[in-house]
Design a protein around this ligand. Structure first.
Ligand SMILES: Nc1ncnc2c1ncn2[C@@H]1O[C@H](COP(=O)(O)OP(=O)(O)O)[C@@H](O)[C@H]1O
Ligand SMILES: [Mg+2]
Length: 396
């Protein structure tokens, strides 16, 4: 793969190469084409990595404007800002070409600087394009009123995926479609993040290698995923439900196992669902024993599409899905073990007893605790036992 940053190497040069935003781009273009000295500046608002700066540059290039950029959050002092901006707003372009002024990330500027900017904008003899992440940042209101606002939404997962795919092909990166979609989805509409994740993984994109990538922002909730899997009969939809899940396949399997009988009532449906569940379990076993990670996609397929297709008819009811019992028990057991270890540590440290004497000491303490409250309080204090640890001893 290239040593260059993918975000730079594949920064779209033309408006047509930008993923998504087609309506917003139309608006921006018509603003520029019909611009007169009385026009409002244009404020482009959107979350990081959706393409604000890229659009500004592509716009200037495509329409033959010289782009004059001032990064509002970089220019440290008010006077510098004023000088730079004021100069740009009134001076003719060096090359006699048209000039487009970009004030990037104006919400990052201090409120006083922003007020300054707002005043300066009136003087502009050139089209001014401003960008901001957050329209509702304190002090943006004034600026907002002066501008024509265009909002950029998050780039749709499908568009991000298509973009990643084209890059994989150019860079000879091997990919698996599902993993690529999942990678795109994890970026949550931030193309910059998606490209950086892609680059960080390296030359093979599959369900295993993308595990290192953490989802951004909105993780799909396991309850939403279960609802889709159990309610839909469309296999594709069910599969998609597992793509941006915070839980891994082991957890998903336990959630499905627990809730098949909650959702499905017909015996035939249950039987079919359990058949898919056991297939998933079997494949999971092979992955564990032999590290056959390429089988992971089938585990997900059985748990999503398989389970969804197990029903003859949809159940049009509300189901209250349950937390997997086995996980609850496991975590209780783990907690108990931890409590026990903590108590042992304390006994050994305070009473100087060997490990072999811990159990008999505990039995003795239990007897005393249950028969003499005053002793319990006194001993708990000198041994430093928490409420939970005292309870553990009493119920030993
Ligand atoms: N809509 C998009 N289509 C294609 N690439 C994009 C898009 N948005 C962002 N990128 C990629 O992400 C990088 C960062 O985008 P940028 O325009 O700087 O985002 P912003 O200014 O909104 O934070 C770009 O270099 C480009 O490679
Ligand atoms: Mg930017």
């Amino acid at each position: 793969m290239t040593a260059m940053l993918l975000t730079e190497k594949y920064r779209p040069q033309h408006l047509g190469d930008i993923q998504g935003h087609s309506k917003a781009i139309e608006e921006i273009v018509s603003w520029l084409e019909s611009w007169t000295a009385n026009s409002k500046p244009l404020l482009l608002v959107g979350d990081p990595g959706v393409g604000k700066t890229t659009i500004a540059y592509a716009l200037a290039r495509e329409y033959g404007y010289e782009l004059f950029e001032v990064n509002a959050s970089d220019e440290r002092t008010k006077s510098m800002l004023q000088e730079r901006v004021e100069g740009a707003l009134v001076q003719q372009s060096l090359f006699g070409t048209q000039k487009l002024i970009l004030l990037d990330e104006v919400d990052g500027a201090k409120a006083s600087e922003r007020n300054q900017l707002t005043k300066l904008l009136n003087k502009s003899q050139f089209p001014v394009l401003l960008t901001a992440n957050d329209l509702y940042e304190r002090g943006m209101a004034q600026l907002r009123q002066k501008c024509k606002v265009v909002k950029l939404k998050h780039v749709h997962t499908n568009s991000v995926k298509a973009h990643l795919k084209r890059i994989c092909e150019k860079e000879n990166i091997t990919y698996d479609e599902t993993a690529l979609k999942s990678l795109a989805s994890k970026a949550n509409g931030d193309v910059r993040v998606a490209l950086n994740d892609l680059q960080s993984i390296g030359d093979t994109i599959d369900m295993h290698t993308i595990k290192t990538v953490t989802p951004r922002d909105t993780e799909k909730n396991i309850f939403d995923a279960l609802m889709i899997i159990f309610k839909t009969q469309e296999i594709a939809k069910a599969r998609e439900a597992t793509w941006n899940l915070a839980e891994d396949h082991d957890m998903l399997l336990e959630w499905i196992r627990e809730n098949i009988i909650v959702e499905y009532e017909q015996t035939a449906d249950r039987a079919a669902a359990y058949a898919y569940l056991s297939l998933a379990d079997m494949y999971r076993g092979r992955i564990r024993q032999r590290q056959y990670w390429h089988l992971l996609k089938y585990v997900y397929d059985f748990l999503s599409g398989g389970i969804a297709s197990a029903k003859q008819e949809k159940y049009r009811k509300f189901s209250k899905y349950r937390f997997p019992t086995i996980i609850k028990k496991r975590s209780q057991a783990k907690q108990k073990k931890e409590t026990r270890q903590a108590i042992e540590q304390k006994l050994k440290a305070t009473l100087y007893i060997p490990s072999s004497a811990v159990y008999s000491t505990l039995l003795w303490l239990q007897y005393c605790f249950n028969n003499d409250d005053e002793f319990r309080i006194y001993a708990a204090e000198s041994l430093g036992l928490s409420e939970k640890e005292q309870q553990y001893i009493q119920q030993l």
